[in-house]
Write a protein that binds this ligand. Sequence first.
Ligand SMILES: [Zn+2]
Length: 122
Amino acid sequence: MSLNSEQKHAIELALRQRRAAVLDELRSETHAEDGTMRLPTHRGEADDDVTSATDAVDMAQTLRDASELERIDAALARLPSAQFGVCVDCREDIGVERLQAEPTAVRCTACQIRYEKSHAPV
Ligand SMILES: [Zn+2]
C-alpha cells in the first residue's frame, strides 16, 4: 500500500463528489423524489415506438449510473482497508497516479488491459 493519508483523503473526496453527481443523475432519471433508487421496471406499458426507444436509452443510462454507483460504493468501502489500491489480479500496488485518475480502479494498468482483452465485447 503506497497511499499516504493525504492521498487517501483526496481520493475519498473525489469519490464522494462523483457519488453525489451520479445520485443526482439517477434521481432525475428515475424521477424518484424521496431519494430512493427506483429502476424502471414497468415494461410493456408504452406501445408508442418513440416512447419505448426513449425508455430504452434512459434505461441504459440508468443502468450505467447504477453500476458506477456500485463501483464507487465498493471503492469507498475498500478505502480504509489495506485492499484499497491493491490490484485484485496480481496483488501489486495499482499506483497513486492511476488511482487519482480513476479512484474506482481495482486493477493495475497491465491487468486492466489484460482483463479488457479477455472480456472484450463481441
Ligand atoms: Zn495487476
